[in-house]
Design a protein around this ligand. Structure first.
Ligand code: BMA
Length: 378
């Protein structure tokens, strides 16, 4: 079967699932509507209410590019590594829009945007949540997100800057993609949008050293206003996500664009081989406590917007390091990074036969750890 034909078959199956689920979703919406007054934030986005409700159930587990590829396979010749291990999907699915700004057919990790769109629609149909980051190119040099060293790039794409129009054209492409995410009834699918992440580090051109707090805030506010007001997108929930190395609440909030522009607060944090499990766990707990306090003060949902330990070298990392570190943190979800098909050893969730597989199943059996089935069960 050709790739397109296979995609059509998958889409047909997805549509069948959508039909089954749409009835349940209407019920879910009615329930939420009955008590949504208190949970509505600045705009009327159902996803936020659903996510608030879900926090009481537990922590949702997410995975980047879960349906697109994994260890030893690429769509359509294979299926979610999480599904292979658990017989269940993640609750949250991460995608990255990097590349869309150049009208490329593929994102920076070779996921065709047409597939990504269908995956996201499928995810919504089965009751999962989509989150989009954006590793956009450097608009001045045309190199990638990691092209740093120039303190004028952010300034240049703000209103009045030499590259402002280029940036607006890039946002037009993002807006067109996100506006096209519609369910079978033609309703917009609500998604998380997480631009300009890890800006407290300096590895991306929008990072710490490369713009002032004011410039970063202006960039965020302009982006938010452009997408929601100029482009009239009502389906976005905005996630502000720093790197994991901030020192306390004040530092976390240095470039915070304001409560009106943010729905979710989070940070990205990875364990590396130089850190002991205990050190990592203590650091993670500490940062999560800071995040919890910020989330409470600003009435925001909180999340571990990226997390993981490449290759998961400890058999019991899931129940002995991850779980005890996040329990009680109040976070809505934890998004694990991708299982790269084309980069050996670049994976963050187990695949069949990986050494932490059994422990990962144990994690999934915890009542307050939510993969898709537990998330959607009534
Ligand atoms: C990084 C790595 C890269 C990838 C990038 C964007 O952490 O996984 O291989 O291109 O994220 O997804």
């Amino acid at each position: 079967m050709s790739e397109m034909k296979k995609l059509s078959v998958i889409t047909a199956l997805a549509l069948a699932v959508i039909l089954l689920y749409s009835g349940c979703k209407v019920m879910k919406r009615q329930n939420i509507d009955a008590h949504s007054g208190a949970t509505k934030v600045q705009h009327d986005n159902m996803l936020l209410s659903v996510m608030k409700d879900n926090v009481a159930k537990g922590i949702m587990i997410g995975h980047q590019d879960d349906l697109a590829y994994g260890i030893g396979w690429k769509f359509p010749n294979g299926k979610s590594d999480v599904y292979k291990v658990l017989g269940d999907y993640p609750a949250v699915f991460g995608w990255d829009l990097g590349g869309i700004e150049n009208a490329s057919a593929y994102n920076l990790d070779s996921v065709p945007f047409e597939y990504m769109k269908r995956f996201a629609i499928f995810v919504d149909s089965i009751g999962g949540i989509n989150t989009f980051s954006w590793h956009l190119d450097n608009p001045v040099t045309g190199e990638d997100s990691w092209e740093t060293g120039d303190k004028t790039v952010v300034k240049n794409i703000l209103p009045g800057g030499n590259y402002h129009n280029v940036y607006k054209q890039w946002l037009d492409k993002v807006a067109a993609f996100l506006a096209d995410l519609k369910d079978i009834d033609g309703n917009s699918i609500n998604v998380i949008f997480r631009p300009f992440h890890e800006h407290t580090g300096s590895w991306f051109w929008w990072g710490d050293k490369w713009c002032t707090p004011d410039e970063y805030k202006q960039l965020w506010q302009f982006t938010h206003n452009y997408l929601t007001k100029e482009k009239h997108l009502k389906n976005l929930v905005f996630a502000y996500s720093t790197a994991g190395d901030f020192n306390g609440e004040e530092e976390y909030l240095t470039k915070y664009p304001g409560d009106a522009y943010v729905d979710i607060v989070g940070f990205d944090m990875y364990q590396n081989e130089k850190e002991s499990n205990t050190d990592f766990s203590n650091q993670l707990k500490n940062q999560l406590a800071v995040l919890k306090s910020i989330a409470e003060k600003h009435s925001k949902i909180s999340a571990l917007t990226e997390i993981g330990y490449e290759q998961i070298p400890y058999k019991t990392w899931w129940t002995e390091v991850f779980l005890p570190s996040v329990q009680g943190s109040g976070i809505s979800y934890a998004l694990f990074w991708r299982n790269a098909a084309n980069r050996p050893n670049h994976y963050y969730l187990p695949y069949p036969g990986q050494k932490s597989e059994t422990d990962f199943k144990k994690l999934a059996s915890e009542p307050n750890v939510l993969f898709l089935k537990k998330l959607t069960q009534k």
